[in-house]
Design a protein around this ligand. Sequence first.
Ligand code: F6R
Length: 361
Amino acid sequence: DMGGHDTYMHKEIHEQADAVDRALRGRIDDRFSTVHLGGLNLDARDARAVRRVKILGCGTSYHAGQIGAQMIEELARIPSDAEPASEFRYRNPVVDPDTLYIAVSQSGETYDVLAAVQELKRKGARVLGLVNVVGSAIARETDGGIYVHAGPEVCVVSTKCFTNMVVSFGLLALHLGRIRDLSVADGKRIIEGLRKLPAQISEILANEEQIEKLAAEYADAKSMMFIGRVRGYPVAREASLKLKEVSYIHAEAYPASELKHGPLALIEPAMPTVAIVPDDDLLEKNRAALEEIKARSGRILAVAHREQEKADHTIVVPKNEDELDPILMGIPLQLLAYYTAKAMGRDIDKPRNLAKSVTVE
Ligand code: F6R
């Protein structure tokens, strides 16, 4: 039942305010400015002993993991990174007892992720799951974890589940941070930011008409460049993947700083750039990248917290705490992918060659 929407993708994009609300419900602890994560199965002593975090997933879930790794590193000050589960599995990785491994998966059945979990367990590692489907294989095989509570996701491409994964990583980062060195004041600041998310998501979705018009503007592109820095880079990668999957327009994502090391050669009017430009300490750096692109007569669509002069168009999104901004900045780009695909008459819920869960190697 699509409840008045033309596709599940559209329906699921619009469910995100409720989905995020569900991920937060019953978990916030105002007394200690932290969150409770019932199924984590990691006591405070264990949490303090963690020296690294390694996040494993595929596709969109891997991108959520990249944002998650940054959140954990920023809020809990634990060195963290994300890697595609299959790459990890095939390179005979060093499995370290002081590393906390986290497997991220919507379905909880993705073979490459499951196999990585089993290999880690076999070697005695501690593995948590960040999973949507309750009781799925990855949820069962991990030592504990967090359900992201996005609800059933039917469209082959992931939208609301991505958002809830990133929110769940925010919760985990806050929880680990408050067991370690994150101050009460910072804990409060992040909790306030989390509480603002559902209303801010509704605000972004209310701007749908602008995004539909922009999609028509850019649908003639043969290829699109997505750029961001640090927090914005995984957002750019995920937006680029979403556009490819549903519209079949070729897209690439680069850290903004890497443009001048090669990809700038591609910039011309037929190759528009989508730039993630948050109002944070990298704002001036990001503006400089927009100038470089403009100087090569590239068209620019910015996703930013205020209108960007150098951009041809700006989608303005509400500002949250710097660490939580990536949760919101990708949402208008889900709509951009959707409307671009729609204008091109694509089979949005079932893109060619793709399956909802990849249970084979
Ligand atoms: C992209 C998409 C895929 C999945 C990937 C992992 O929109 O849906 O990239 O994210 O196949 O699937 P899960 O999260 O079920 O492990």
